[in-house]
Design a protein around this ligand. Structure first.
Ligand SMILES: Nc1ncnc2c1ncn2[C@@H]1O[C@H](COP(=O)(O)OP(=O)(O)OP(=O)(O)O)[C@@H](O)[C@H]1O
Length: 247
């Protein structure tokens, strides 16, 4: 997928995104960081086809994202989203299999749905007995895993995760970071991890990009970006993430 020179102009004339150019493949594990209001969620919405850029395009295998909802199906099969509160995105009244099957149905995926559910649960480290568990009976960590399984059950090759670790405690955050890394390394899932948390980027992502006032101001290997920042916005983020720093 290629976000090709994407800009989003706001009503007040400022740019939420300005000329952002990013390529994402199944080999990508990119941490996208930036202070609040930098444009991270706007970029996620544009990549997901939920918001049209003012200029520039999102391309999948060289073809522009279709404007019609139905045309977005093929694209959605490749690219899935994990929201900020993954567990909260599950319907507590339904069982896990029903939650995992819903996107398979809406995306008209022909594969055997039971097998897709089994594979997805296995990939996130849950055994098949979870399929019959009610979502309301899951622990926080299990629900987060199910929500990730729901996203990858479609056979997606790319995952956009917007602050997926911010609503959980430190122990769980470490587990989920390890899971995301495992999905990238062992299952070949491309990852765009949008976060304020530089520690999560350092532990999960091989590359990092810094968004500042809608522009990508730094982009390179995680070590290069976080250990030797060249842009003041990156330095400010790195300083703020040091132990003892406020915020
Ligand atoms: N629906 C909207 N209408 C108008 N302006 C918006 C809207 N959503 C976002 N913005 C503006 O776009 C800019 C980028 O916001 P965005 O939410 O993408 O930043 P962010 O980096 O995700 O911030 P945060 O980390 O706080 O979620 C900000 O100036 C914000 O005020």
């Amino acid at each position: 997928m290629h976000a090709q020179r994407v800009s989003v102009r706001l009503a007040d004339g400022t740019d939420a995104l300005a000329d952002v150019d990013l390529r994402l493949t199944s080999a990508t594990s990119l941490g996208l960081v930036g202070r609040s209001g930098a444009g991270k969620s706007t970029l996620a919405r544009v990549l997901l086809g939920l918001q049209r850029p003012t200029s520039g395009e999102v391309l999948l295998d060289g073809a522009a994202l279709p404007r019609r909802r139905a045309g977005l199906r093929r694209f959605r099969r490749c690219l899935q989203y994990v929201p900020q509160d993954p567990a909260g995105s599950l319907d507590p009244r339904r069982d896990v299999a029903a939650c995992l099957t819903e996107p398979l149905r809406s995306l008209a995926i022909d594969d055997d749905h039971d097998s897709c559910v089994e594979r997805a649960l296995d990939a996130v480290g849950l055994d098949t007995t979870f399929a019959r568990r009610r979502c309301s009976s899951l622990s926080g960590g299990q629900a987060q895993r199910v929500a990730i399984a729901r996203a990858i059950g479609t056979g997606a090759t790319l995952l956009v995760a917007d602050e997926p670790l911010s609503s959980v405690d430190v122990g769980l955050r470490r587990d989920l970071a390890a899971l995301l890394q495992h999905l990238h390394v062992d299952h070949g899932l491309g990852l765009l991890l949008i976060t304020h948390d530089l520690h999560a980027v350092a532990s999960v992502c091989s590359t990092a990009a810094v968004l500042h006032d809608g522009r990508v101001v730094e982009h390179g290997s995680t070590a290069q970006v976080l250990d030797a920042p060249t842009h003041p916005a990156t330095r400010a983020l790195v300083d703020a993430s040091r132990p003892g720093a406020l915020g």
